[in-house]
Design a protein around this ligand. Sequence first.
Ligand SMILES: [Zn+2]
Length: 157
Amino acid sequence: MGEILWGFESPFSHFAVGFTMTQNKCPCGSNKEYLLCCAPYHQGEKAPTAEALLRARFSAYALNLPRFIIATTHPDNPAYQKNMQQWEQHISQFSTTHHFEKVEILDITPGEEETTIRFIAHLKRGHYRASFMETSRFVKQNGHWLYRSGVVAEHSS
Ligand SMILES: [Zn+2]
């Protein structure tokens, strides 16, 4: 069995936090392998679309990569926090207390500079569902998609 555990050696080993070794699938729920899905964006590659960024942010939460969340949040986003250290801790706390099942894209209103995406984030906290529906707005700044704002609607599944 041990031989199958490929792909989590360096340089990706530090991304394996909270990720079971039998599961190479990307935590965003795309059904692709992590290394072929969200990993390149976590490594600093530009997300080509707002959807790719949304997925990469979801899997960053799942893998407890708060710095990626911070780096892809627009400074004008109401969720943006000046105290980075505290913000990082908050994100990390959210990551480690929730199980991130998948993100389900409901619809996309695409644009060159701005894209709106409605999605459901399927989460669990312990045995309880903590899923929510959100409409997120992404804007492109210097060629990078950033999370500009989001409106959450309660979702019960
Ligand atoms: Zn992914």
